[in-house]
Structures are given as C-alpha cells and as structure tokens.
Design a protein. Structure first.
Ligand code: SAM
Length: 241
C-alpha cells in the first residue's frame, strides 16, 4: 500500500473512531496486495484501485462496528461475503470473535481462506454454501450471535436468510446504502414473520467520500418458524413482502 493509501485508511478509520496500530495497518496492506493480485486472475471484486479498495471495501466494512452491535459476539456469520467483506476487516479488528465468511461461490471462499491464512487470522472459518441450506442444518440453525451482510439482497430477503441462523437474542447487522422507506417497511414485516424486530436504523455518511450508508439492526426475539428459510433461491425470487 502506498503511503498515501495508508494515510487514507487511517483517516477513514479515525472518522469511525477506530485506531489502527502498526500490526493492523500491515494486515490491511497485505490484504490489499493479495486482493489486487488475485483480481488479475479471477474476477473477485469490481473495485480495483487502491483508493476504491481502501474506502469502499476496508473503511466501509469497518463502519459495521458503529454502534457497538458486534460487541461481545462470539460467532459472527458474514452472509454472502464475496471476497471477504466485511468479514476480513472485522476479523482484523476483533481477534477474539470467530468470523464465518459464507458464500455460495467456491473461488471466492478459496480466496478468503488463503487471505486469512496469509494474514495470520486464526479467527476466520470460511464456508462454501448457501444461507438457505445452512439455515436448515441443525449444526448452524439458531447458533450464531450475529449475522452481518453487505450488498447481498433487499431487507425482506435478508430477514428470511439470516434470522433462522441466529440464536435467540442474536442480531442481524445489515449494511445498506440509502434505504428506501418501502424496503424498510417490507423488511419490518418480514422480520416479524421470522421472529425478529428491527431495533436500529442508523443512517450515516461513509468517511471521506460522504456516500449515504445505513446500518439496519434486527434482533431475533423468538424462534423462526420451521418453514423458513424456503428452498434455495426462493427467498430472493419470491420475497415474503
Ligand atoms: N459482501 C460482499 C461485498 O460487500 O463485497 C459481496 C457482495 S456480492 C454483491 C454478493 C455475494 O453474496 C455474492 O458473492 C454471492 O455469491 C453471495 N450470495 C448471494 N446469495 C447468497 C446465498 N443465499 N447464500 C450464500 N451466498 C450468497
């Protein structure tokens, strides 16, 4: 990472009230190199420049820490992690939390696994699979303290995919851009159907760039009905609301 990139990363983190020590800065620099190298061979992410990766992947992922919603979490599933966002930046910042990046595309998880190993992140347990399948598997259903997800689906779809995976009292922390009132309303109804309740809608500006972002937090207050999630692909193709 260039000196300008390091300064930009620290500025973005500062605006989120996050301090990056030298070891963590080195991990972000190593992740940048791995991502840019891998992206020349496999299409992992549309963001290619150092500035875009720093602000729209690294800093944007760190914004998930706003509000302390991940504090005290033991196990966090990153639903639809892609090239490891937000899971890898969060795992760098929270070594005592186990992060499980999940994606249905094997080549993406292969990258995440290799990157976690190269960065020495012993708290990352990547998985290839679909959220619908995990949500019906007793080894995963009702087990996670948090589900995080960024840029995966509309809120009603996320509610169906994520809430069955959470333990009672667990939180879905969904990173969104500006969220329309009708998506939020549909999300509230889907959350209720799945045993959840929207507790926080935190609108803020992405550090440095100022782009609109929203963290939507849904608490699981009661068990999800056993008919959910529906079979693979159905939550997205036929959203509940
Ligand atoms: N979260 C990453 C980010 O913000 O850079 C990736 C976002 S990408 C647009 C969405 C990812 O979600 C894709 O890699 C896709 O394979 C994955 N995905 C979508 N639906 C999924 C599901 N039901 N189960 C597992 N992965 C899913």
């Amino acid at each position: 990472m260039t000196p300008e990139g390091e300064a930009l990363l620290c500025q973005g983190a500062d605006e989120l009230k996050i301090t990056l020590d030298d070891a963590r800065q080195a991990q972000f620099a190593a992740l940048m190199t791995l991502l840019q190298e891998a992206n020349t061979k496999v299409n992992l992410t549309a963001l290619k420049t150092e500035t875009d990766i720093i602000l729209k992947h690294f800093v944007d992922s760190l914004s998930c820490l706003r509000g302390g919603h991940l504090d005290g979490a033991g196990r966090v599933l990153d639903l639809g992690t892609g090239a490891g966002f937000p899971a890898l930046p969060l795992a760098i910042m929270r070594p005592d939390t186990i992060f499980s990046p999940l994606d249905s595309i094997r080549k993406k998880i292969d990258f995440v696994r290799g990157a976690a190993e190269a960065l020495g992140l012993g708290n990352v347990q990547p998985q290839v699979g679909r959220a619908e399948t995990l949500g019906r598997d007793p080894a995963h259903r009702d087990t996670y303290d948090r589900v995080v997800c960024r840029a995966v689906a509309a809120l009603p779809v996320l509610a169906e995919l994520a809430l069955p995976l959470l333990r009672p009292g667990g939180l879905l922390v969904a990173q969104k851009g500006p969220i329309a009132e009708d998506e939020l309303e549909a999300g509230r109804r889907a959350a209720t159907e799945l045993g959840g309740r929207v507790t926080t809608v935190d609108a803020f500006a992405l550090p440095v760039l100022g782009d609109a972002r929203t963290l939507v937090v849904v608490e699981k207050v009661s068990p999800s009905p056993s008919k959910y999630p529906r079979r693979e692909g159905v939550p997205a193709s036929q959203p509940l609301f």
